[in-house]
Design a protein around this ligand. Sequence first.
Ligand code: TNX
Length: 517
Amino acid sequence: ALALPLVLPAAPAVAAPAAPARQLSDVIPAPVETRPDTRDAFTLAPHTVIRTSPGSTTARRVGRQLAETLRPATGYPLPVLPAHSTPLPEIALLIGGVDARLGPEGYQLDVTRRGVTIRAHTAAGLFAGTQTLRQLLPAQIEAPDRQRAIWRVPGGRIIDYPRFAYRGAMLDLARHFHTVDEITAYLDLLSQYKINYLHLHLTDDQGWRIQIDSWPKLTTVGGGPGTGVDGVGPGFLTKADYRAVVAYAAARHITIVPEIDMPGHTNAAQSTYAELNCDGVAPAPRTDMAVGYSSLCIDDERTYRFVEDVIREVAEMTPGPYLHIGGDEAHATTDEEYRTFMARVLPLVAKYGKRASGWNEVTQVDPPTDVVAQYWGTGTTNADLAEAAARGTTVVMSPANKAYLDMKYDATTRLGLQWAGHIEVRDAYDWDPARRVNGVGENAILGVEAPLWSETLRSLDDIEYMAFPRLPAIAELGWSTAASHDWESFRTRLGEQAPRWRLQQVDFYPSPQVPWT
Ligand code: TNX
């Protein structure tokens, strides 16, 4: 995060110049339905209370999180109480009593002079509603210390629910390790845009970043000094670290998807354990950026003992439904070997109670239809993917020339790669996940994901600079209706996010395409 000189005194003598009042539709991702009532508005006051459905511990937890978000900038106590009518102005978070069409993540938000009421079927829906409320308040709400502001929320009703069930981001811990603190900081930002999955790319040629008790050297060597691209990104998650990340994400209604990439992208494991190589000879560790040269030994039973141990241990510490087995760029493996490998490994994922996901190459083996395919190609045709979709496979869309957050914005971007081209904000926004690949339409789409590969990224600043402002674009494609898609509207709303990012010390790319405020 950019170290901004904090020129905002605790209580400025002169109120900051008034920002234009927030409108009910000034939200990313764009809500399904907004009905502004401009005669009405709610103003947060020192005696405002937060009330949550009695008997719901999860609603109460969302209430407490909201209080923690709103207290620093307002300086108000905002006590969290069980819901009973009070004469006090209030923010009520209530489970139930709303339209079934809201589904498991939707919410209804009503703003009147008396208060704000968020209703949902689940705590996840309430949480989504609180993220909208956060954006409806003046940007100063994101300040770490007390601000003088009128905490006004525009009046009216929002009815909102996601287009797609899966709205993901991915972080590559293998090419450069990122610490628990960096991952949780990223989770905080993701949750503000209603992202609900974080895919962690845990293993690759240059490093192995997740503790596996039955193969301990994977991390002591593969996460040790000298690992990562150029040997400058060592580190790994212990099981306790991983569980802490899972819990931190869950509290923000985000599910972790662990990826163990195989049968290629495995040099870190193979250089650590000689028995994972067909010739029994461990190759040298690699810290360059080449891809496609490594492969587990397909015809050796030891390979499957290794893979089963890893899948079992990873599944055991993962409460979410998905376990990603990679499967990309297995260029050192023949088609036949790839098929043999997947026929052995996909059932192992099911054996340990998880649903496998894989990069789109997995559709070459006609996988069972519960296997999720993640499309990372740059084209608009892919016969294997379309065929799989026709059979019932669901797809997560991550086209590299639209959704890859590690691509440079333009030729001058200091960080990132450019093999899939440059991706300016408008490129990241102007596509439709259900019209990207021929034969892969709305019904086949589970959702979208914005991967961030970390060959060139080291710090949290680097992550933020590549993710912002493109991540909110992908988030909107995943959540908002296709009918609401509108670049002019999006870029205006995006520009209004900047003061929030500055206050949260998010290092973002100030794209010339966006009217920043
Ligand atoms: C391709 S995308 C890869 C990764 C690289 C990435 C860099 C995919 C499934 N494989 O190994 O890190 O490009 O953009």
